[in-house]
Design a protein around this ligand. Structure first.
Ligand code: ATP
Ligand code: MG
Length: 245
C-alpha cells in the first residue's frame, strides 16, 4: 500500500515486541502507542530500556509481535522496502553500515540509487563529506578511521539517499566536543523529520518532544524542559514503578 503524503510520519499502534528466550518470552517493548509528527523527537532511557528496538521498528529491523508501525501511512510489516526508502537509519556502530573501502566510495554507492549522474557522483560525495566535516578523510580506509570519523562518514552516506525521515541511534556517542557541536548544528539545519535515541541530554534538549522508555514502556512523553529533569531525578532516585508503593 503506498504511503499517503499527508499522513503523520511515524505511528505506532499498540506495539509490543517479544522475543523467545530460555525462560519464556522476553518483552522488549510493551504497549507503545505514539504518533510522531514533530520535526524532532528524542528518545532517552537507561541501557537496555528499549530505545534501539523502538527505533528499529521504523525500518523493519525489529518487528512488532502485535500492533502496527507505519511510516507516512506505509505499514512497515507489509512494505519494508517502501518504508526503508523513506527512513534513513544511522546505527550506533558505523562499521555495521559502511560497506565500501573508503568514505567517498561509500557515499558514491548511496548516490547510485538517486538521480545524480555517474559523472557527478564523486563531486557530490565529496560535498556531502565536507558538509559533515570529514572530507579530509574521504579516501582513507574505513578501517583506519577513528570511531567518530566513521560515524560521520556513515551519516553522510545516509544523507546521500535523501530520506524523508532520519533515525539516529546515539549519533554523538563517538564524537569529540567540536564534532558533537557541528553535528547538532547540522541536524538543526536539516529539513528531515528526526528521531534520535541518545544518552546525550544536551542533544535531547534540542528536540521539542522527548520520550522516556523504561523497561520497554513509554513512561514519559513531553517537552524537554519537563521530561528531562524528571528523567534525571528517576536516574538518581529510581523510576516510579521501581519505588515501593
Ligand atoms: N533479539 C533480542 N533477543 C533478546 N534480547 C534482546 C534482543 N534485542 C534486544 N534485546 C534486549 O532488549 C533490551 C532492550 O535493548 P535495546 O538495544 O533496545 O536497548 P537500548 O535502550 O537501546 O540500550 P542502550 O542504551 O544500551 O543502547 C536489552 O535488554 C537487550 O538485551
Ligand atoms: Mg541502543
Amino acid at each position: 500500500m503506498p504511503g499517503s503524503p499527508g499522513a503523520p510520519a511515524l505511528v505506532c499502534s499498540g506495539v509490543t515486541v517479544t522475543v523467545p528466550s530460555a525462560s519464556g518470552d522476553l518483552t522488549l517493548l510493551d504497549g507503545i502507542d505514539l504518533t510522531l509528527s514533530e520535526r524532532r523527537t528524542a528518545v532517552v532511557g537507561l541501557n537496555g530500556s528499549g530505545k534501539s528496538t523502538f527505533l528499529r521498528l521504523f525500518n523493519g529491523l525489529a518487528r512488532p509481535s502485535s500492533g502496527t508501525v507505519t511510516v507516512h501511512g506505509t505499514d512497515v510489516a507489509r512494505d519494508v522496502r517502501g518504508a526503508r526508502r523513506r527512513v534513513g537509519f544511522v546505527f550506533t556502530d558505523p562499521l555495521s553500515q559502511l560497506v565500501m573501502p573508503t568514505p567517498v566510495e561509500d557515499v558514491e554507492l548511496s548516490l547510485r540509487g538517486t538521480g545524480v549522474p555517474r559523472a557527478r557522483r564523486r563531486t557530490a560525495a565529496l560535498q556531502l563529506l565536507e558538509r559533515v566535516g570529514i572530507a579530509h578523510r574521504a579516501e582513507h580506509s574505513i578501517y583506519d578511521l577513528s570511531g567518530g570519523e566513521r560515524q560521520l562518514a556513515a551519516f553522510a552516506a545516509v544523507l546521500a539517499v535523501e530520506p524523508d525521515v532520519l533515525v539516529l541511534d546515539e549519533p554523538t556517542t563517538l564524537l569529540d566536543l567540536r564534532n558533537r557541536g557541528r553535528l547538532i548544528e547540522l541536524l538543526d539545519g536539516l529539513p528531515h523529520q528526526l528521531l534520535v535515541a541518545t544518552h546525550d541530554l544536551g542533544l535531547a534538549a534540542t528536540a521539542p518532544r522527548v520520550l522516556v522508555l523504561h523497561g520497554g514502556r513509554l513512561v514519559a512523553d513531553g517537552r524537554p524542559g519537563q521530561v528531562l529533569p524528571a528523567y534525571e531525578r528517576w536516574c538518581a532516585d529510581g523510576f516510579p514503578q521501581e519505588r515501593a508503593p
